[in-house]
Design a protein around this ligand. Structure first.
Ligand code: AR6
Length: 173
């Protein structure tokens, strides 16, 4: 199964895929980092759909995920998930990060999505330690991969994350 996990380096918005995962915040109204890049490249239809979700359910909790269309992005869907802010690690951060990946897979299964790109959720502005985040992501993805999912891209923006994933996949992949 883990041969379906592909490690890539670059800008997630440039890589064609069925669903792109966004590291959003609870407001769903956009922000910096990958969230800013996705909204910039995707255009205003994504924000409009996020506003509609807010009106319905009041945003998205930490560890949860919602799905929208992908506007001008080379994708069909954007899955917006909210990882935890790292605050020392004693506040449930690992469980919340694990939950974010699992909730993405709930939506992947519900929408029968065959290919998905993940950024390294929570490891930028939210300061989650990168190695621990990669281990949690790898375990969650491995647990949820199944026949119908053909490809999971791990898209690393910076060299440091790419090197961490490269080592992890060599050891465990
Ligand atoms: N493609 C792929 N990865 C990227 C890109 C990109 N275009 N841009 C950044 N990354 P971050 P978080 C990487 O900060 O830590 C926003 O303001 C980045 O190097 O985007 O979950 C939201 O609105 C890092 O490895 O997300 C929230 O308020 C990873 O993506 C908050 O930031 C995640 O970094 C979420 O913080």
């Amino acid at each position: 199964m883990s041969d379906k996990i592909k490690l890539l380096q670059g800008d997630i918005t440039q890589i064609p895929v069925e669903a792109m995962v966004n590291a959003a915040n609870s407001s769903l109204l956009g922000g910096g980092g990958v969230d800013g890049a996705i909204h910039r490249a995707g255009g205003k239809s994504i924000l409009e759909e996020c506003r509609a979700i807010r009106a319905r359910q009041g945003g998205c909790k930490e560890g949860d995920a919602v799905i929208t269309g992908a506007g001008n992005l080379p994708a069909r869907y954007v899955i917006h998930t909210v990882g935890p802010v790292w605050n020392g690690g004693q506040n449930g951060e690992p469980d919340l990060l694990r939950s974010a990946y699992h909730r993405c897979f709930d939506l992947i299964d519900e929408h029968k999505i065959k290919s998905v790109s993940f950024p390294n959720i929570s490891t930028g502005i939210y300061r989650f330690p990168k190695t621990l985040a990669a281990e949690i992501a790898f375990e969650a993805i491995s647990a949820r991969l199944h026949e119908a999912v053909e490809q999971v891209n791990i898209v690393c923006f910076e060299q440091e994350s790419y090197a961490i994933w490269h080592n992890l996949l060599q050891q465990r992949g």
